[in-house]
Write a protein that binds this ligand. Structure first.
Ligand SMILES: *Cc1c(COP(=O)(O)O)cnc(C)c1O
Length: 391
């Protein structure tokens, strides 16, 4: 396989090298409070058979991979849910089973390998929590130094996780958007690699592995995929994996991808309707998809339009209810952002074909934010002292 970069806006191609992050031409038109201009995609050239190895479709050689078992996450066949809903080809892809318990490990894995290949020891990033704890963990496995900028509202577990892995953590008095800007400036001044989502092309490329795995696990592409959307990198990554499979002739149609956002953090949905991105302050119980300006907004939206995907919103109440329903009916406890995708499935159910094969991406483990999960349950208020208190 051969690989190069291609600009998602002007289609100019470039050799892959670590200093190049955005298209030098298109990024000149970067407007304030707007998604990134000139996001680069990886293009592959070559052939592969059905039995391909997922790693062979990545643009960094296996010798540089960090020693952490990322990906190959379980595909659940939820029996009770299938019976309750009548959807007998419903699957849940449990990406909370990754080493640091979120989907972000797919991106961190490839970024770590990319840095290693070019002898880069320092990696910096901003994160709402999961990307940071992920890069910290994968970096620890690879022996790399991670500097993380974390907004003050990040859930405690994600902060603790990053510190446990030995990252240098700066807590930002402000939101993710401010942390993002500070981290970029840090990298520009201090050097090293920056792993910010969409800015580093390996983030989207690493995330494509989920689609390649789904193809392998199902023996074909699913009909529909539900995915929660914040910055839109997972969404683009899911598309990229299936696009590679289309290009290689291994599948013949693009699955329908349904992106799910929180009602009060829905920049992508609004942009699909209005044609433009507006930075409005956002809030949602699903911290991992709480984003004012989706960094990968232009790129992700273009994919949705081109491949006739769709975008929808769910309320925080629907997310919290869906989270508890998924836990209690399947035994899979996912964080609110992961539950948002499931809430999207539940809300769309009447319009879906019950014969279709449907995958819901559960993007993070529920223990990452147990405070949020308390909202969907009743914690017993009284304490008992003996069996007589309950019988
Ligand atoms: C980051 C994240 C998302 C959203 O991914 P984007 O690429 O920002 O759209 C969804 N779920 C979880 C658990 C995440 O950590």
């Amino acid at each position: 396989m051969e690989f190069n970069y291609s600009c998602s806006q002007c289609s100019k191609t470039f050799a892959i090298r670590p200093e190049l992050t955005l298209c030098p031409d298109c990024s000149k038109n970067q407007a304030e409070d707007q998604p990134l201009s000139g996001v680069l995609e990886v293009e592959l050239h070559g052939a592969a058979s059905e039995g391909f190895d997922v790693f062979d479709l990545l643009p960094v050689e296996a010798e540089y991979f960090p020693p952490a078992p990322v990906g190959n996450t379980p595909l659940w066949e939820p029996k009770n849910l299938r019976e309750h809903t009548g959807f007998h080809r419903l699957f849940i892809k449990d990406d909370g089973a990754n080493p640091t318990s979120s989907f972000k490990d797919r991106a961190s894995f490839l970024v770590s390998a990319f840095a290693k290949k070019f002898d880069i020891q320092d990696i910096a990033l901003a994160s709402t929590g999961n990307a940071g704890s992920s890069m910290a963990g994968i970096g620890a496995a690879a022996g790399q130094a991670i500097t993380l900028f974390l907004p003050e509202a990040a859930p405690a577990a994600k902060l603790v996780q990053a510190l446990q892995y030995g990252a240098t953590v700066y807590r930002v008095k402000g939101n993710y958007d401010l942390a993002y800007d500070i981290s970029l400036e840090f990298s520009q001044r201090k050097g090293g690699m920056n792993r910010n989502t969409a800015y580093n092309p390996m983030t989207i490329e690493g995330k494509k592995t989920v689609s390649l795995e789904l193809f392998k696990q199902l023996g074909q592409a699913p009909d529909v995929v539900f995915v929660s959307v914040g910055d839109g990198c997972i969404l683009s990554g899911v598309y990229k994996g299936f696009r590679d499979l289309l290009q290689l002739g291994l599948i013949s149609t693009m699955p329908k991808i349904i992106g799910v956002q929180a009602e009060n953090s829905s920049a992508m949905c609004r942009a699909l309707a209005t044609g433009r991105f507006e930075a409005v302050p956002t809030f949602t119980v699903a911290d991992s998809i709480c984003v004012d300006v989706p960094r990968n907004g232009f790129h992700a939206l273009a994919q949705v339009k081109k491949f006739k995907g769709s975008l929808m919103t769910v309320s925080d109440e629907e997310i919290i209810q869906a989270q508890a329903k998924l836990s209690a009916s399947t035994g899979l406890f996912t964080e609110p952002a992961g539950a948002a995708a499931f809430a999207g499935f539940l809300k769309t159910l009447p319009e879906l074909d019950p014969q279709a094969s449907i995958v819901v991406l559960a993007t993070g483990n529920g223990l990452k934010d147990s405070e949020a999960a308390r909202r969907g349950i009743n914690v017993p208020a009284t304490l008992i002292t003996s069996i007589d208190d309950i019988l």
